[in-house]
Design a protein around this ligand. Structure first.
Ligand code: SAH
Length: 215
C-alpha cells in the first residue's frame, strides 16, 4: 500500500509497524497514518509516540497500544452493517477518538475524568476534527439520549458486561469491549434483535472501567 499523507510521516511509520503486527484493513492503516500520535502523549515521551506500546497520560491512565486501537477499529469496520455513529467509552487522551473520527460520520465519547476530557476536547479541535461529541460522565451508563449506536467501543476493562451499553446498540451493531479484572479478554458482540452473539478476540490489558463516580 502507499501512504502519501504528509501530516504525520511518523504516523506512516506506525502504520507500517502495524502491518507487521497483522493489521490488514487499509482504511484503518490510513487513519492511523493520518493521526499524529505524538500530540497525544506527554512531551517527555514523544520519542516513544510511534512505538507499538501503551504510555502513561497522567491521572493513572494510559494511551492504548496502537495495535489494539487498530484491531478494535478493524472489528467495527469488518461488520457487514454500515457504521455511521460510534459511541466510545473512555476518551482518555483522545487518540482512539481521533482514529475513529477519520472513519465514521459521528463519534460520541464519554470520559469520567474531567481534566482528561478537557484536554482531549481541546486537542481534537486543534487537529480540526469536528465530528466528535464529548460527555463527562459514567461510561457504564453510555449516552442514552443519542442512542442507538451502530458501534460501541469500550477502551477500559469492565468487570462484567454493561447492560445499559448493550441496550444502546443498534440491531446488527457491533460492540467491542475488554471484560475482566486481572485476566481480561477482548470480546466482540454483535446484536441481532434481543440476541447478542459474543466472540473472544484476544487477551488484553486495559485500565479498569471504574464503577459509578466521576471526578
Ligand atoms: N481511548 C484511550 C484510552 C483511554 S484509557 C486511548 O485512545 O488511548 C481508559 C479511559 O477510560 C481513562 O481515561 C479512564 O479515565 C476512562 N474511564 C474509566 N472508567 C470510566 C467510566 N466508568 N466512565 C467513563 N470513562 C471511564
Amino acid at each position: 500500500m502507499s501512504l502519501t499523507l504528509n501530516l504525520a510521516r511518523s504516523g506512516e511509520r506506525l502504520a507500517h509497524l502495524l502491518i507487521q503486527a497483522g493489521i490488514t484493513n487499509h482504511q484503518v492503516l490510513e487513519a492511523i497514518a493520518r493521526v499524529p500520535r505524538e500530540a497525544f502523549v506527554q512531551p517527555a515521551l514523544t520519542h516513544k509516540a510511534y512505538e507499538n506500546t501503551a504510555l502513561p497520560i497522567g491521572k493513572g491512565q494510559t494511551i492504548s497500544q496502537p495495535a489494539i486501537v487498530a484491531r478494535m477499529t478493524e472489528i467495527i469496520i469488518d461488520n457487514e452493517a454500515p457504521v455511521k455513529n460510534v459511541l466510545e467509552i473512555g476518551t482518555g487522551c483522545g487518540y482512539q477518538t481521533a482514529v475513529l473520527a477519520q472513519l465514521f460520520d459521528k463519534i460520541y465519547t464519554v470520559e469520567r475524568i474531567s481534566s482528561l476530557q478537557f484536554q482531549a476536547r481541546r486537542l481534537l479541535r486543534q487537529l480540526d476534527l469536528h465530528n466528535i461529541n464529548f460527555k463527562h460522565g459514567d461510561g457504564w451508563k453510555g449516552w442514552s439520549s443519542k442512542a442507538p449506536y451502530d458501534a460501541i467501543i469500550v477502551t477500559a476493562a469492565a468487570a462484567n458486561l454493561p447492560t445499559k451499553l448493550l441496550e444502546q446498540l443498534t440491531d446488527g451493531g457491533t460492540m467491542v469491549i475488554p471484560i475482566g479484572t486481572e485476566e481480561q479478554v477482548l470480546k466482540r458482540i454483535i446484536r441481532t434483535g434481543d440476541d447478542y452473539q459474543i466472540t473472544d478476540v484476544a487477551n488484553v490489558k486495559f485500565v479498569p472501567l471504574v464503577a459509578g463516580d466521576t471526578e
